[in-house]
Ligand binder design. Structure first.
Ligand code: G6P
Length: 624
């Protein structure tokens, strides 16, 4: 939530800052701002309500000059989206310009104290208290200049920031510019990610790696309790209680084409169409014909440890939670290990009784979701191995987990998750195979699973070709105000995810239900204006789902059915049918979700919604 950028170098800062903010806009987009430091120590400040375009328009009239600057795109927590609440905030009398991600829980107390000292507050944010606190600490320490070594130009600055941070309760990714310290940005992190891109004679700061692509190939991931002092030519990192530390410079794994639309009208459409490749990438190097099993290099557990696992908890939020639900079916069927799926926001406080042998997987696209991180920490604290299934390399959850699996899906920018979901489900299928082969699953059965898995990318590619039919169906139902999504077994989670996709981007009320459970309430919603989307792959429950479909038709409800090619029966009853390729039931969620992603996309477009940046949402939810 919220995006941060910073630049210090020899070029005009605004170029990188604006482009970077556009790449981070998916993290929050109700207002944006930037501050540059001019040669004489003033800040050129630009802030605007709305999208980055509004900020760009303001900058076109009032340009911001300077070769160092910071920028921010906001998802409001404290205070409405307004120019005054947009970051950066100015501390003291123009002493510091500061942008912040995260939440400062004790800001009210700090604010009262600072107000009593004479600091004027101009916003209702928690962040402004931090800006004034930095200014106040700086002024105090500068009065004792003789206490600091004269040959360390940033010693006072570091001490002032450290003093400020020690008074904060909550989470932060912070970047700061200073009136009296030309050429330096200070960044600090606790619970809200920050990275530094290392260039030649320049450094880039951002809240995730995507703005760096195309500017540098070297990245440093800041960890919690670190402060970075960044100039054009130097990067110094201090760790709380340790002082200056050596930092690892890593290769940036993404390229600029990964974060560009490349001719597609929307990221969601682009990412939906990337699924054959992203699923392939999730499987690359991870299927072993020789062992008839899966191979995971980063679990950091011995086969003996894994053999002792007798219960798995999958925890996640949002779409990743739906992937976990499919994972429950997959792992229980393939490996016969009991699986529990928990919302991370519940697990973190639930304190369930857990025996030894319980293994946790935190499933997350971003690796930054606050609740998922808290659940992972809680399980680690209890001494259970806690692994991650994560897309973003170097993210907090990937770093804090005892081990894990990267999805390698490439950056996902559309707020509504598509390719990360199918990569998560693919990974969970491979995990089912892996654990299954450690237990009862025969070599032949393992080989069969591998053969089926390898077919998936092509089946998904064929399914994507139904886009034209889906656009036509979307036009027929785009006016509806409620949708039901119904499926059973493996495709109950598909129904939930289909409903979530529609809700997120078209703002139509949609409910996902197990098809049979629909009789216990939701059937009351059914009328001529309420479409039901049935997911009905061939398999043991096909006939049962067909009966549920009849029940809806008997009450005059329109039905859209997703069914396998060759099925003649469904078309007799359903108003509209979308045919998808035949696939083994255990992998059918990977195919059946495709038309549902496209249906929600086309309906949202027809309703004039902003598909990639739906109202009120953010891609990465870093607050509780
Ligand atoms: C937000 C996003 C969802 C996402 C969820 C979990 O709500 O809008 O698309 O599924 O967070 O995110 P994660 O990064 O942990 O998968």
């Amino acid at each position: 939530m919220c995006g941060i950028v910073g630049y210090v170098g020899k070029k005009q800062a605004t170029d990188f800052l604006l482009e970077g903010l556009r790449r981070l806009e998916y993290r929050g987009y109700d207002s944006a701002g930037m501050a540059t430091r001019t040669g004489d120590g003033d800040f050129d400040l630009a802030r605007a309500v709305g999208r980055i375009d509004a900020l760009a328009a303001q900058l076109a009239t009032f340009p911001a000059a300077g070769t160092l600057g910071i920028g921010h795109t906001r998802w409001a927590t404290h205070g409405v989206p307004s120019e005054a609440n947009a970051h950066p905030h100015i501390g003291g009398n123009g002493v510091v310009a500061l942008a912040h991600n995260g939440v400062i829980e004790n800001y009210q107390k700090l604010k009262q104290k600072l107000q009593a000292e004479g600091y004027q507050f101009r916003s209702s944010t928690d962040t402004e208290a931090v800006a004034h606190l930095v200014a106040s600490s700086l002024e105090e320490l500068e009065a004792r200049r003789e206490d600091f070594p004269a040959d360390e130009p940033y010693a006072i600055l570091l001490a002032a920031v450290t003093k400020t941070l020690s008074q904060l309760r909550g989470t932060y990714g912070l970047v700061m510019l200073f009136r009296d310290y030309p050429g330096v940005i200070v960044a600090a992190r606790l619970g809200s990610p920050l990275v530094v891109g290392v260039g030649k004679g320049e450094h880039f700061i951002a809240s995730d790696a995507s703005p760096l692509a195309g500017h540098t190939e070297k990245i440093v991931y800041l960890a919690d309790h670190q402060i970075a002092v960044v100039t054009a030519d130097s990067l110094q990192i201090e760790q709380r209680d340790q002082g200056r530390i050596e930092h690892a410079v890593q290769d940036l794994a993404i390229e600029s084409t990964d974060v560009q639309l490349g001719g597609s009208p929307h990221y969601m459409l682009k990412e939906s169409h990337e699924q054959p490749e992203s699923i392939t990438a999730a499987m690359r190097g991870r299927l072993s014909d020789e062992d008839a099993s899966a191979v995971f290099g980063g679990l950091n557990l011995t086969p003996q440890d894994l053999r002792r696992v007798n219960r798995i908890i999958l925890t996640a939020c949002g779409t990743s939670w739906h992937a976990a639900l499919v994972g429950e079916y997959l792992i229980e069927e393939l490996a016969r290990i009991p699986v529990e799926v928990e919302y991370a926001s519940e697990l973190r406080y639930r304190n369930p009784p857990l025996e030894q042998g319980t293994l946790l997987f935190a499933i997350t696209q971003s690796g930054e979701t606050a609740d998922t991180l808290a659940a992972l920490r809680e399980m680690k604290r209890k001494g259970h191995p806690a692994l991650s299934i994560c897309n973003v390399v170097g993210s907090t959850i990937a770093q804090e987990a005892n081990g894990g699996i990267y999805l390698h899906a490439g950056p996902e920018i559309g707020v509504a998750s598509t390719k990360a979901y199918t990569s998560q489900v693919t990974t969970l299928a491979m995990l089912g195979l892996y654990f299954g082969r450690m237990r009862h699953m025969s070599y032949e059965a393992g080989r069969r699973v591998i053969t089926q898995l390898r077919k998936v990318p092509d089946l998904v590619r064929q399914t994507l070709e139904t886009s034209g039919d889906i656009r036509r169906i979307a036009a027929k139902y785009a006016h509806a105000s409620t949708f039901l999504y119904l499926g059973r077994q493996y495709n109950f989670p598909t129904a939930l995810e289909g409903a979530l996709k529609l809700k997120e981007i078209s703002y139509i009320h949609a409910e996902g239900y197990p098809a049979a459970e629909m009789k216990h309430g939701p059937i009351a919603l059914v009328d001529e204006e309420t479409p039901s989307v049935f997911i009905m792959p061939q398999g043991p429950v096909f006939d049962k789902v067909m009966s549920n479909l009849e029940e809806i038709k008997a009450r005059g409800g329109p039905v859209i059915a997703i069914t396998a090619e060759g099925d003649k029966e469904t078309a007799r009853l359903a108003d509209d049918v979308i045919y998808v390729p035949q696939v083994e039931e255990f992998l059918s969620p990977l195919v059946n979700i495709i038309p549902l992603q496209l249906l929600s996309y086309h309906i949202a477009l027809l309703r004039g919604c902003d598909v990639d940046k739906p109202r009120n949402l953010a891609k990465s939810v870093t607050v509780e």
